[in-house]
Ligand binder design. Structure first.
Ligand code: FAD
Length: 371
């Protein structure tokens, strides 16, 4: 990319301090761009700070989405091997049971996704932290290549990479907006009114993306939902894998805690008119109860904290990644699978923003698909 002021290092402003923004910012800086990351509050203050962050390609996805997710897993494997990284990435597998899981296993075998069918006895032997009695008679699906990431620690590491590559991080910048003139992006205005001039801007504001694009006259269908992640204090659980069961999904967290969510508990969260959330205590207790039922010894679980807010979900369920049509220099990152895609999407977007060459791997995910 050529700078509008004629020099060779493009000025890139990334708006949003979640995993997609920080990953792209760090990788754009590594490619030589002058990068400023700006976000309203703290880093990981949005969905990335309260994500289950199960790393997987476990669904029946279109081939191009499956490929991108698999590349996402590969990038985590490489990142986990970095000796200097403080990010917590664990690739110890995922165990799943419930309706449709056997069909999922057959599909995964057809497409070559690593998958094993475990009987109850297998679960008892190989995953002793799981209560094998909770596994259905027919067994459960184990995906050995899956795992989880602690996104705040990853974001912290990526922000350090960004600064080490000469970039800048500006937190507590208030509600920022993209500045456009004559059909081209020119910068980002912070909450206090300063304008950070840019040759390219990445809009990576999570659940706020569709609204920000609508303000610029661009429509991206939105299926964003409420989300709730409950965290226990440190507990003696022995769990290493991610568990996806009919009533709860859970995984270990770095400090010896467990984190968990479920579709039914999300549905019980109420978003008030002023944008705050009401989380019934019975919902939190119910989730903790469900988690205890799938763990060996049925430990007493309590709530240390919970994160509640919006979970970014594009209207068609698929990531929205790349240049925004009609607004030169503006790029977007908006995804439901931002944890799994965090590293690979950042890498590919950084390549497009800095080098100007479209990645064929992102061709199916362009915002232009919405017309
Ligand atoms: C409960 C839950 C479970 C999940 N489970 C999984 C999973 O298992 N696997 C998976 O892959 N993904 C999962 N996800 C999704 C994944 O966590 C998200 O896709 C990802 O974290 C989104 O990252 P982001 O960078 O797009 O947005 P965010 O992390 O939301 O970051 C956006 C940032 O932009 C800031 N911002 C917004 N508007 C402005 C503005 N105008 N000015 C300045 N700053 C602004 C926000 O404060 C925030 O810090 C889950 C999410 C949740 C909530």
């Amino acid at each position: 990319m050529v700078r509008t002021d004629g020099s060779s290092r493009p000025r890139v402003v990334v708006l949003g301090g979640g995993v997609l923004g920080v990953s792209t910012a760090a990788q754009a800086a590594a490619k030589g761009a002058q990068v400023t990351l700006v976000t309203d509050g703290a880093l990981a203050g949005g969905a990335s700070g309260r994500s289950l962050a199960w790393l997987n390609s476990a669904g029946d996805f279109p081939a191009e989405y499956h490929r991108l997710r698999m590349l996402g897993l590969d990038r985590y494997r490489a990142f986990a091997a970095r000796p200097d990284s403080a990010a917590r990435v664990a690739l110890d597998g995922g165990l799943r049971w419930g309706d449709g899981v056997r069909a999922s296993f057959e599909h995964q075998r057809e497409i070559g996704y690593p998958a094993q069918w475990l009987s109850r006895a297998d679960v008892a032997e190989r995953l002793p932290a799981v209560d094998a009695g909770a596994v259905p008679d027919g067994g459960a699906l184990f995906n050995p290549d899956e795992g989880w990431v602690d996104l705040p620690s990853l974001i912290d590491q990526l922000a350090r990479d960004l600064v080490a590559a000469g970039g800048a991080v500006r937190t507590a910048a208030g509600r920022c907006e993209v500045v456009v003139a004559g059909g081209r992006v020119t910068g980002v205005r912070t909450g206090s009114g300063d304008v950070l001039a840019a040759d390219a801007v990445l809009l990576a504001t999570g659940a706020a993306v569709p609204g920000a694009l609508a303000d610029l006259g661009v429509r991206v269908p939105d299926a964003t939902s409420n989300a709730l992640l409950v965290r226990t204090p440190k507990v003696d659980h022995g769990l290493r894998t991610v568990l996806n069961t009919p009533r709860v999904a859970l995984r270990p967290a770095p400090d010896g805690a467990l984190v968990m969510d479920a579709a039914w508990s999300e549905a019980e969260v109420v978003r008030r008119d002023d944008g705050t959330f009401d989380v019934p205590d019975a919902t939190v207790q119910g989730l903790l109860h469900e988690a205890a039922q799938v763990l060996a010894g049925r430990p007493e679980l309590s709530c240390a904290s919970y994160g509640v807010g919006r979970k970014p979900i594009p209207g068609d369920g698929h990531p929205v990644l790349g240049p925004v049509p009609g607004l030169d220099g503006l790029h977007v990152a908006f995804s439901h699978s931002g944890a799994t895609l965090g590293l690979v999407a950042g890498e590919l977007l950084a390549g497009e923003i800095v080098d100007g060459a479209p990645s064929p791997l992102l061709a199916a995910f362009r915002p232009a698909r919405f017309g």
